[in-house]
Structure formats: C-alpha cells, structure tokens
Design a protein around this ligand. Structure first.
Ligand SMILES: C[S@@+](CC[C@H](N)C(=O)[O-])C[C@H]1O[C@@H](n2cnc3c(N)ncnc32)[C@H](O)[C@@H]1O
Ligand SMILES: O=c1cc(-c2ccc(O)cc2)oc2c(O)c(O)ccc12
Length: 230
C-alpha cells in the first residue's frame, strides 16, 4: 500500500489509508449508515471523522455524562452526536468563535429534538473557560469534554478543563495524530499544516508527561486522545 500523508481532501483524513482497510478494519458500515445522511451533511468540511464519532458515541454511552463541554462546534456534527447520546437531562456548553457555521446545522439539531440540551456560546473558548472557573460552583462538576478547535491552544484548554472536570471525568482531544503528520519529517508536511502539526507533537508530549490523567491515544479518525482525570 502506498504510504502518503492524508491531506488530499477533508473527508478522507482517516489514518487507515485505503477504503478497504477502513471498512474491513473498523466494521463501520452498518452502524454508520443508519445515520449517514444527517451526519454526512453536518460533517461537510472539518467535522470529526465517522469512526472517531462512532468511538465517541460509545464512550459517551459508557460514561453517561450529565454535564459536558465542547470546544469547536463548526456545523455541529460532534455536537449533535453528543446531544443524541447523553441523557435527556444532560447539558452541553458548546463554544465556537463562529455562530454562522453552528446555524447551518441548527435545523437538524432542532429536528432531532435535542436543542434543549445545548447552550451555544459564540466566543473564543479560553475566556469562556475562565469565566466558568470564576464561579466555584462550576469547579469539578463536568463529566465530559470534547476539544476539536485550534490545536495550538490544546494545552491551555487542558489546564482549565482539568479544573472543571470531576475526578474520573473524561476529556477527548481530536486530531492528535493530525493526518499522520506528527510522525513525518517537517519537509513532507504542507506549510499550512505545520503549525498545527508542531502543536500536536508538543501537546502529545505534554499529555504523555501529565501525571494528573490516565490517557490512551486511539488511532481512529485523525487520532483521538482520551484522558481520564485522576
Ligand atoms: C474542526 S472544527 C470543529 C468540528 C466539529 N467538532 C465537528 O465535529 O463538526 C473547529 C472549530 O473550532 C472553531 N475554533 C477555532 N479556534 C477557536 C477558538 N479559539 N475558540 C473557539 N472555537 C474555535 C472553529 O471556528 C471551527 O468551527
Ligand atoms: O482543516 C482543518 C483545520 C482545522 C483547524 C486548524 C486550525 C485551527 O485553529 C482550528 C481548526 O481543524 C480540522 C479538524 O479538526 C478536522 O477534524 C479536520 C480538518 C481540520
């Protein structure tokens, strides 16, 4: 099989580098097709990969979180997936700098009957996390967080999320393998991808040395790292 950096289109960013391997290896087809149209629409450009979404839905069912936070909403693929998976009285604080992309997916969220679980905040994420932390009632209350935004801030998000998460709470980071580029020589990575690739390498080292969490880097989608707060 040809080895290539997976930078061709936004929809084939999975690390399994052929369709056959992706389908055979992950036995995805049946469970993904059940909801494919709705989710394909929302995933459009930057959405989390379907196998990573499937993995996250499984994690969410296992954790059954009531209080969650998402950083990086885009058109709402992972947001809808979370909203559909958590219990009916579960809540998601969803943060993105751009409300207009959230509004593209909003009609589907509304049709799915899960809008009541979502508090969308249009903002840079860091000030929102700081604001939440100003209220002691928010500290150590979140069960789950998903981070899928600007890669250069992942370590900053991690520090604040650890204060917001309960002991035993889980944070999932998307794109921690960044198309496989974290293991590639710098000169084979397209220039526009370098900053995020370097940030992912630094972040992975930083998480690997963080004794406050138990981690597992899972090679689904673009690489997701699951951290459980100790
Ligand atoms: C990869 S997309 C999120 C995809 C989404 N999780 C999904 O599955 O469809 C990244 C999003 O992060 C948002 N973003 C980037 N930097 C941000 C920041 N500093 N604070 C909040 N949102 C940010 C972008 O506007 C974009 O919508
Ligand atoms: O193509 C992208 C770009 C991003 C990205 C890059 C830089 C930022 O400050 C925010 C977002 O994120 C992506 C992503 O998370 C994904 O799953 C696929 C593609 C992209």
């Amino acid at each position: 099989m040809e080895s290539k950096a997976n930078f061709t289109t936004s929809t084939d960013k999975c690390l399994l580098q052929s369709d056959e391997l992706y389908e055979a290896g992950t036995l995805l087809i049946h469970s993904l097709k059940r909801n494919s149209f709705m989710f394909m629409f929302l995933r459009a450009v930057m959405g989390t990969a379907p196998d990573a979404g499937q993995f996250m839905a499984l994690l969410l069912k296992l954790i059954n979180p009531k209080k969650t936070i998402e950083i990086g909403v885009f058109t709402g693929y992972s947001l809808l997936l979370t909203a559909l998976t958590i219990p009916d009285d579960g809540k998601i604080t969803a943060i993105d700098i751009n409300r207009s992309t959230y509004e593209i997916g909003l009609p589907i969220i509304e049709k799915s009957g899960v809008k009541h679980k979502i508090n969308f905040i249009e903002s840079e994420a860091l000030p929102v996390l700081d604001q939440l932390l100003k209220d002691p009632a928010n500290k150590e209350t979140f069960d789950f967080a998903f981070v899928d935004a600007d890669k250069i801030n992942y370590a900053n998000y991690h520090e604040k999320l650890l204060e917001l998460l309960k002991p035993g709470g889980v944070v999932v980071y998307d794109n921690t393998l960044w198309g496989g580029s974290v293991a590639m020589p710098e000169d084979s990575v397209p220039k526009f991808r370098l900053a995020s690739r370097d940030a992912a390498i630094e972040f992975n080292k930083y998480l690997g040395n963080d004794t406050r969490v138990q981690i597992s880097q899972v090679p689904v989608g673009d690489g997701v790292t699951v951290c459980r707060r100790l």
